[in-house]
Design a protein around this ligand. Structure first.
Ligand code: MIC
Ligand code: SF4
Length: 645
């Protein structure tokens, strides 16, 4: 029986467990990446492990999220990360060099290798045939120390692409179509593997847009084969030698199949406030818009910018619209400066932003009240833009650019003929904003620069005998990490300071939550389906840990967040019967007696007693050998320390 591409790469990297779907497996990690908003914590954790030098083939620390620097905090974090990188053998991509996923694809990604990154959009690397997975900072720290990364051996979904995209229909429309079909929770426990004749019609940046936004499916990752097109891209980056051809076997067996005829796709948009709320322009209508933002790790490649510049050339942004554009990397921006595309954007009235995440994570450019904003980004969760009642639509760069001119949501096919956009045969390569680590012999002399806002990892404790406490919060389905631990310009500077950032935990849902949880001392949270979808930020587990949360009881979890809860020593529980969600309310007194002994004895079904109502609620606590030991130890840091002894 043939293998899928996913299975081939996983098989090459498995170091623990058996390749049986649903089993926990440990894989060797070849490369890691971090960004600054999750990076300080990841490097504090790495330091706490006491490993002198990273053991991966390549680890890169990027500065791209917190680049606003409206106080000393961000700049201090940058210096801290830069000094840790230098000391411990990590490449350091300085602020201004670009968004981690874009730069990693350009300069470091290698087909067939494994990559984990402390950012949920790490699957961008799947665009060149990597198994690239988003993870919590602590998992990345362990991988840097040479430890395996554990995942549930995934199911593999075949997405067979046929045909060719029509003019002005984009890669973004392909992933929006997949989201429409599968939904934001449809990818949990699965890898999405693209194949078929249509693949040959897509360039690497287009493939990377698709794998990037596969994160919104909740998927473990997404992957394209590595073929001649991949080779051309790597050659143009001066890295042809890292290329290898990779594809699934002809007779590979998949768990699910989806067929998409690219020729039949039309321009789509994800409507407020979920990436799977996908409609065609026709269905939405030509609504009047206030803002357009082009950029983010999903759509900021040179190819995207070529299309945008073509559409804007000689035109003027509509008087009622603000247009901002952030090219994804220094390479993209520099090439645009050299070939004149930048001038087209400036001339049309675009507000040029630095090559960083920017508005995508609420770092500036929040829309006006109730403002309708078209964004080429990947997430449109409520409030993420920084304007609570902002109405965010996720669209292709083509649709964004034409709408910025017309002032209304516009089908890009109205532009008329589309030129044949070709990627250059050679990209402009200048890695002068990537700082190399110190030589091993000099590492002791590198001083770690710590600012006053950088506070240690919160206190942890081994799992208690019984959990007896109150429910401090009850929330609904599809709670995102942006609800749990909001980001944005005001809160992101606190990422290195858990006591301070925890004051903002869940305030989007309930302003009083942090105060209430802290005063209760210990409590649990109750939630609905797909709890914790979205980002990889472990702060969404560390802030609750700091506020005394002992367990989270929900209908179902998103993958990375569940792993982060376990890593933080917080018990992840799911209802056996989803209807029991109604048998527990905020403020109820609950008990889980003998929880430690039951978990030690490998019991997977526990009972939560609602002391307030008397209800007995059966819950699942599915922990495998390793995750069980992590929970018992009080989290991955304690577990790793114990195992390093
Ligand atoms: C995001 O897009 O939500 C982020 C900001 O990139 C996060 C990481 C973070 O919260 O720092 C992600 O996607 O993992
Ligand atoms: Fe940055 Fe946005 Fe990409 Fe997250 S999704 S890495 S915030 S550009």
């Amino acid at each position: 029986m043939g293998l899928t591409l996913t299975e081939k790469i996983l098989k090459d990297h498995i170091v623990d467990g058996e390749m049986i779907k649903g089993n926990e497996i440990g894989i060797r990690i070849d490369q890691t990446l971090t960004q600054d908003a999750t990076g300080t914590m990841a490097y504090l954790e790495f330091e706490a492990m006491g490993v002198p030098r990273v053991k991966t083939e390549r680890s890169v620390a990027y500065i791209d999220h917190n680049t606003l620097q409206s106080g000393f905090e961000n700049a201090d974090d940058h210096r801290f990360i830069g000094s840790v990188a230098k000391k411990h053998g990590i490449y350091f991509s300085r602020p201004g060099n670009g968004i981690c996923h874009q730069v990693h694809l350009e300069r470091f990604g290698v087909p067939g290798k494994t990559l984990i990154g402390s950012d949920s959009h790490t699957p961008t690397g799947g665009g060149i045939g990597m198994i690239a997975i988003g993870a919590g900072g602590l998992d990345v720290a362990v991988a840097m120390g040479g430890g395996a990364y554990y995942i549930t051996c995934p199911k593999v979904v075949k997405v067979e692409l046929t045909g060719k995209l029509s003019p002005w229909v984009a890669a973004k429309d392909v992933i929006l179509e997949v989201l429409r079909i599968m939904s934001v929770k449809g990818g949990v426990g699965k890898v999405i593997e693209y194949c078929g004749e249509g693949v040959k019609t897509l360039s690497v940046p287009e493939r990377a847009t698709i794998t990037n936004m596969g994160a919104e499916l909740g998927a473990t990752t997404s992957i394209f084969p590595s073929d001649e097109i991949t080779k051309q891209f790597l050659k143009a980056q001066g890295r042809e030698e890292v290329w290898t051809p990779l594809a699934a076997d002809e007779d590979a067996v998949y768990d699910e199949e989806i067929k998409i005829n690219l020729s039949e796709l039309a321009p789509l948009a994800a409507c407020p406030h979920m990436p799977d709320n996908v409609k065609s322009v026709k269905e939405i209508g030509n609504i009047k818009i206030d803002q357009v933002c082009i950029g983010s790790c999903t759509n900021s490649s040179l190819l995207d910018m070529m299309k945008v510049a073509h559409i804007l050339r000689g035109k003027t942004v509509h008087p009622d619209v603000s247009l901002s554009i952030a090219p994804g990397s220094k390479q993209v921006l520099n090439m645009m400066a050299q070939n004149g595309l930048l001038s087209d954007l400036i001339d049309a009235g675009a507000r040029i932003l630095e090559s960083a995440c920017g508005p995508c994570i609420g770092m500036g450019q929040s829309p006006n009240s109730k403002g309708i904003s078209l964004r080429t980004f990947n997430r449109n969760f409520e409030g993420r833009s920084g304007t609570k009642d902002g109405q965010i639509y996720l669209v292709s760069p083509e649709m964004a650019a034409i709408s910025a001119i017309t002032g209304v949501l516009t089908d890009p096919r109205e532009i008329g003929e589309m030129p044949d956009f070709k990627l250059p045969e050679e990209f402009v390569v200048n890695d002068n904003m990537i700082v190399l680590p110190a030589d091993e012999k000099d590492m002791d002399s590198v001083e770690i620069l710590r600012g006053p806002n950088i506070k240690p990892y919160p206190e942890t404790a081994p799992l208690v005998k019984d959990i007896k406490c109150k429910v401090s919060l009850k929330v609904e389905d599809n709670i995102t990490t942006d609800h749990i631990m909001p980001a944005g310009a005001k809160i992101l500077p606190l990422r290195s300071n858990i006591p301070a950032i925890s004051q903002h935990c869940f305030t989007v849902c309930d302003e009083k939550f942090p105060e209430r949880a802290k005063s209760l001392g210990q409590s649990i949270i109750v939630g609905g389906a797909n709890y914790g979808q979205g980002s990889s930020r472990e702060h969404a587990a560390l802030a609750p840990l700091y506020l005394g949360i002992k367990a989270v009881l929900v209908k179902s979890f998103a993958r990375i967040h569940r792993a982060n809860l376990i890593n933080a020593g917080i018990l992840p529980l799911t209802f056996v019967n989803e209807a029991d969600y109604d048998k527990i309310s905020e403020g109820d007194e609950i008990e889980i007696l003998n929880v430690r002994a039951d978990i030690e004895a490998d019991k997977t079904e526990l009972t939560v007693t609602n002391k307030t109502t008397g209800a007995q609620i059966p819950v699942l606590c599915e922990l495998t050998g390793r995750t069980k030991d992590i929970i018992l130890a009080g989290g991955l840091l304690d577990y790793t320390r114990e195992n390093l002894k």
